[in-house]
Design a binder for this molecule. Structure first.
Ligand SMILES: Cc1cc2nc3c(=O)[nH]c(=O)nc-3n(C[C@H](O)[C@H](O)[C@H](O)COP(=O)(O)O)c2cc1C
Length: 332
C-alpha cells in the first residue's frame, strides 16, 4: 500500500485515498471556509496519497445541502485553488468530486430523469431534452473550473442516488425517449457528461467516475450491469472507477468490513480498469490484503480518516514519509 501508482501524467504516492465526504461547512454560496483548509490540509500532512474533495455542486440547484461546496461559478475557483495548493504542498495528489444531487438535492428545485420522488422528499421535475443539454453544459464548466483550480484528478459523482445514478437505474428512470429504456439509453446522460467534461479536462489528467455497483433491490442495478457500464466508460476515456453501492432507494444492505470490496474486485477483473475499493475498511492489514491480492488498486478510508487523519503515518512509522516537523513523534 506504500507503492506509488501512475495514472496518466499523475503519480499517486501511495494507495490510500480519502474519499469524497461532504463537510457541510461551505458558505451558503458554496465558498471554501477555514474548516476545509484545516480538514484537507491535515489529511495531506498525514500522508494520504489521493484526497478527493467532497461532492461539489455543478449547479446551485444540485447542491446536497445549503452548505455544500460549489463549482457553478468562476468565483469558486480561487478558494478551491487554495485547497489544491495546501494539499500539494504537503504531498497529496488533489482530486475533486463534481456532483449534481438531482431528486435528492437541497431546496425546492428538484430535477430528475423522471418525476418520481425519493421517499419523504419533494417530487422532482422530469428534465426535458433541452434542459438536459444545459445540465450537461454545467458539468463541462465545472470540469473547466476544476482544471483551472489545479486539481489533478476529476471524479464525476455517478453514485448514491444522485442525478447520474438516477438516469442509470431503471427504478428511477422511466423515460421513454433516448435517455430511458435499455441500459445503453440510460447511460446516455453519463456519456454526454463525460464527453462534455473531456472538452475541458486535459487528456493527460486522470478522469474518475464513482458508481453505485448495486442498488440491492429487485429490478435495480446489479454488479453485472456495472461491469457492462464500466466497459463502456473505459472505452470512453475513464481511467479510474471508484466502486461504492446503494443510495438510490432505501434497501437492505449487509454491512461489514470491506462489504463493497467484491464489487470493486469484479469491476477490476472484468473491465480491466484501475479501481478504488471503499466501505468500512479501517485496518492496515485489511488494506494490504486488498492491494496485494490485486482486488483493487486503491483503498479509500472515509470515516477512519475522520477519526484519525494520521492513519498513514501510524501505519508506517518511518522518517521517509513523516513530515520532518513530527520526526520526534515517530514511535520507536
Ligand atoms: C460525512 C460523510 C460525507 C460523505 N459525503 C460523500 C460525498 O460527498 N460523496 C460521495 O461520493 N460519498 C460521500 N460519502 C461516502 C464516503 O465517501 C464513503 O464511501 C463511505 O463513508 C464509506 O466508506 P467508510 O466506511 O470508509 O467511511 C460520505 C460519507 C461520510 C461519512
Amino acid at each position: 500500500m506504500f507503492t506509488a501508482f501512475n495514472l496518466k501524467s499523475v503519480t499517486i504516492p501511495n494507495r490510500i485515498v480519502m474519499p469524497p465526504m461532504c463537510m457541510y461547512s461551505a458558505t451558503e454560496d458554496g465558498y471554501v471556509t477555514n474548516w476545509h483548509r484545516v480538514h484537507y490540509g491535515t489529511r495531506a500532512a498525514g500522508g494520504v496519497g489521493l484526497i478527493i474533495l467532497e461532492a461539489t455542486a455543478v449547479e446551485k440547484r444540485g447542491r446536497l445541502s445549503n452548505n455544500c461546496l460549489g463549482i457553478w461559478h468562476d468565483s469558486h475557483i480561487e478558494g478551491l485553488r487554495e485547497l489544491v495548493q495546501l494539499g500539494k504542498e504537503h504531498g497529496s495528489v488533489m482530486g475533486i468530486q463534481i456532483a449534481h444531487g438531482g431528486r435528492k438535492a437541497f431546496g425546492d428545485e428538484l430535477v430528475a430523469p423522471s418525476s418520481l420522488a425519493f421517499p419523504e422528499m419533494g417530487t422532482p421535475q422530469a428534465l426535458t431534452a433541452a434542459e438536459i443539454e444545459d445540465v450537461v453544459e454545467s458539468w463541462r464548466q465545472g470540469a473547466r473550473r476544476a482544471h483551472e483550480a489545479g486539481f489533478d484528478v476529476l471524479q464525476i459523482h455517478g453514485a448514491h442516488g444522485y442525478l447520474i445514478h438516477e438516469f442509470l437505474s431503471p427504478l428511477s428512470n422511466q423515460r421513454t425517449d433516448e435517455y430511458g429504456g435499455p441500459l445503453e439509453n440510460r447511460m446516455r446522460f453519463l456519456l454526454e457528461v463525460i464527453e462534455a467534461v473531456k472538452k475541458e479536462w486535459p487528456a493527460d489528467k486522470p478522469l474518475s467516475v464513482r458508481l453505485s455497483a448495486e442498488d440491492y433491490l429487485e429490478g435495480g442495478l446489479t454488479v453485472k450491469d456495472t461491469v457492462w457500464i464500466g466497459k463502456v466508460l473505459k472505452r470512453n476515456g475513464v481511467d479510474l472507477l471508484d466502486i461504492s453501492s446503494g443510495g438510490l432507494l432505501p434497501a437492505p444492505i449487509k454491512l461489514g468490513p470491506g462489504y463493497q470490496v467484491p464489487l470493486a474486485e469484479a469491476v477490476k477483473k472484468e473491465v480491466g480498469i484501475p479501481t478504488i475499493a471503499v466501505g468500512l475498511i479501517t485496518k492496515a492489514e485489511h488494506v494490504q490484503e486488498i492491494i496485494l491480492n490485486e482486488r483493487a488498486d486503491f483503498v479509500a478510508l472515509g470515516r477512519e480518516l475522520l477519526r484519525n487523519p494520521y492513519w498513514v503515518l501510524a501505519a508506517r512509522p518511518d522518517r521517509e514519509i513523516w513530515p520532518w516537523q513530527y520526526h520526534r513523534g515517530i514511535p520507536r
